[in-house]
Design a protein around this ligand. Structure first.
Ligand SMILES: Nc1ncnc2c1ncn2[C@@H]1O[C@H](COP(=O)(O)OP(=O)(O)OP(=O)(O)O)[C@@H](O)[C@H]1O
Ligand SMILES: [Mg+2]
Length: 395
């Protein structure tokens, strides 16, 4: 039980760390973006000043400014307009050579509209070089460079990639864990069945010897021993079936249930009654009898434990829709609170002193993997009782 609680905690810790990393990454990039934005703004200002200077100057150093400042901007998209909003100059806006002049013009206007919405224009004041009289204005519009735009999107792309990666690793981890568990189940059961085989056949030979012994004859000992050996054979068959892929057969469910009940009833306290109800005597379903009986036995044993001293176990065989056969196992036992219901099918979960927490895990495995059916808790009320439901495909 602790393992599962720790495991759930681990999931939350990993989630919290991922959220922390994501927020950190967004925050850090945001800082970078802000700094880069400032720098680009300064660059555009410098560009605008240089432009203003070259327009208003009569000096010969214009060429240097033109080459070193104005033409050096090769990343920030810029549009320079006159006082009447006509485009005089643009830079770092890629126009397709195949476009018509109209199309190019349209594109530039739309870029300009976008720039106007992004940042305020930088003014260029036109002055007469000699009288310094102001005779007009121009405007420089700009928007973020491609690099800056990319950087803004970067943390989101990073988070997306990380989540996809995390999701895939989680699936892979889960898959490998299940595969590992399967290997342990199959290996262990096969080995057990194999090891039981030899002593059982030798016991059977010994019974034949005893049968003829005059001292043992007619005392009922051989018959009792035979029953025990038969049970051992059933157990071996269960173990070997779970280690292979058992084939399903159409079986009469009522007969099967009655067989299990007649085995169990003499073995439980006489104060616990096991009752069987069937909607019809001829309900058939696809099952592998040795494994299916094992499931019923486990459910009944749990019911007996839940009841304690006096009570009833009711097994109802019903027909469901979509060709399903339903088997409800109800008890008048102590029932379960919600936090237990959520865990009963997990391997190793038990509330019993001597329990292994394997009975229901095994039942689930047998019903879901070998019978392609379902098993679940239909209802459980504390101090009133519990009903487990099995859904099988009808024959
Ligand atoms: N009919 C029931 N009524 C109340 N509680 C139940 C019932 N069936 C199962 N449980 C609860 O589910 C737990 C898990 O059951 P499961 O059969 O898997 O293991 P277990 O009975 O504890 O041990 P094991 O079957 O391996 O000997 C039980 O310990 C019990 O708390
Ligand atoms: Mg059990």
């Amino acid at each position: 039980m602790d393992f599962y609680r720790n495991n759930a905690n681990l999931k939350w810790i990993i989630l919290a760390v991922s959220v922390f990393i994501s927020i950190g990454s967004i925050y850090f990039t945001e800082m970078l973006v802000n700094r880069l934005e400032e720098r680009e703004k300064d660059q555009v200002k410098l560009f605008a000043h240089a432009l203003e200077y070259t327009i208003n100057s009569t000096q010969n150093d214009i060429q240097f400014i033109q080459e070193e400042i104005i033409n050096k901007n090769n990343s920030i998209p810029i549009i320079n307009t006159d006082g009447r909003d006509s485009i005089l100059y643009y830079n770092n806006i890629s126009l397709n050579d195949h476009w018509s002049t109209d199309k190019k013009y349209e594109y530039l206007r739309s870029e300009l509209r976008e720039m106007k919405e992004t940042y305020p224009a930088i003014e260029i004041i036109l002055k007469d070089p000699e009288t310094h009289e102001v005779f007009g204005k121009q405007y420089v519009y700009y928007k973020n460079s491609f690099l800056l735009t990319e950087l803004t999107a970067y943390p989101y792309i990073q988070i997306l990639v990380l989540s996809i990666f995390g999701f895939i690793s989680y699936l892979a981890f889960n898959y490998s864990r299940t595969a590992e568990q399967n290997q342990v189940w199959v290996g262990l059961t096969k080995e057990t069945a194999h090891q039981l085989g030899t002593p059982i056949s030798s016991l059977m030979a010994w019974i034949e010897v005893l049968r003829d012994d005059p001292q043992v004859k007619n005392k009922g000992i051989v018959e009792e021993l035979e029953k025990d050996i038969r049970k051992l054979q059933v157990v071996t068959e269960r173990f070997s079936s779970i280690g292979s892929t058992p084939s399903l057969k159409s079986e009469n469910i009522l007969q099967l249930v009655n067989r299990v009940v007649s085995y169990l009833q003499p073995r439980v306290s006489s104060k616990i009654k096991i009752e069987v109800y069937a909607l019809s005597e001829s309900i058939q379903a696809m099952v592998h009898p040795p494994l299916f009986e094992w499931v019923l036995e486990n459910l009944c044993k749990n019911a007996v434990d839940a009841i304690g001293s006096t009570g009833t176990i009711a097994i109802k065989i019903l027909r469901g829709n979509e060709n399903k056969v339903l088997i409800d196992v109800s008890d008048t036992g102590r029932g379960m609170p919600k936090n237990i219901i959520a865990n009963v099918f997990k391997p190793g979960f038990t509330t019993k002193k001597r329990g292994w927490g394997l009975g229901l895990t095994l039942a689930k495995r047998i019903i879901e993997m070998y019978h392609e059916g379902k098993i679940f808790i239909k209802d459980s009320q504390e101090n009133t009782g519990t009903t487990f439901r099995i859904e099988l495909k009808s024959a």
